[in-house]
Design a protein around this ligand. Structure first.
Ligand SMILES: C[S@@+](CC[C@H](N)C(=O)[O-])C[C@H]1O[C@@H](n2cnc3c(N)ncnc32)[C@H](O)[C@@H]1O
Length: 227
């Protein structure tokens, strides 16, 4: 067995043990595939982690940056406390439309709002509207903007909130300090910003399996933002 085969077999083993058949999410993913959306949604085990984090935080307000077809949004909404709500931000109206249909089909239409437009504008508007503080914020949109999403996320959070950032390993490309790749540059800038920010404490872990070698960063806000 090659090392890669071993990683995949372990991924399968964990899935077999910890995930059950999930017709709702399978139907949502099938709708995304049928619509030709790229298969860049979180892996099921990572989606379940988002749900468990939401539950642990007893989250009443969750913000997601990057909806796609709503796969991760459904996991997040499943972790909401009673009466809670997910706001998810998406640039592409077609993605938003498919996601909205998935939320209705999942029976979650009243618990999720999709805001269409550039996420930086939507986050600024949410701040102006006083929509926060959000208990959990998941950042998974265009990677060059990740440092700016992180800054807005801290402003929209409270002490104790968690900010989760996807794709922080990128098959190891994250190590390339001189990289011209805009995705790598964006994520390296996020690491630097989170590391230097006295209002947060952060960790990250690598994931390996059918979605390749990547990782999630988990940031806890420890101090109230000043504005
Ligand atoms: C990786 S996908 C999100 C996957 C989703 N979180 C999941 O796991 O199911 C990234 C999404 O971010 C959206 N996006 C890209 N740039 C954006 C922007 N500036 N503002 C809002 N959404 C954006 C893309 O259209 C795409 O649907």
């Amino acid at each position: 067995m090659t090392q890669d085969d071993k990683w995949l077999a372990i991924d399968d083993y964990i899935v077999e043990n910890f995930l059950e058949a999930d017709p709702v999410l399978e139907a949502a993913q099938a709708a995304c595939d049928a619509a030709g959306l790229p298969a860049i949604q979180v892996a099921p085990l990572q989606g379940k982690l988002l749900m468990m984090l939401a539950r642990a935080l007893q989250a009443r307000k969750i913000l997601e940056v990057g909806t796609l077809g709503g796969y991760s949004t459904i996991w997040l909404a499943r972790g909401l406390a009673e009466g809670g709500h997910v706001t998810t931000l998406e640039l592409d109206p077609r993605h938003a439309e498919i996601a909205q249909a998935n939320f209705e089909n999942a029976g979650l239409g009243d618990k999720i709002t999709v805001r269409v437009g550039p996420a930086l504008d939507s986050m600024a508007a949410l701040h102006t509207e006083g929509a926060g503080p959000f208990d959990l914020i998941f950042i998974d949109a265009d990677k060059p903007s990740t440092p700016d999403y992180f800054d807005w996320a801290v402003k929209l959070a409270r002490p104790g909130s968690f900010i989760v950032v996807d794709n922080v390993v990128r098959e190891g490309a994250i190590l390339a300090a001189q990289s011209d790749n805009k995705h790598v540059k964006g994520l390296r800038a996020f690491y630097a910003r989170a590391a230097a920010d006295p209002r947060v404490t952060a960790t990250a872990f690598q994931t390996v399996g059918h979605k390749g070698h990547d990782g999630l960063a988990i940031v806890q806000v420890t101090q109230a933002p000043s504005d």
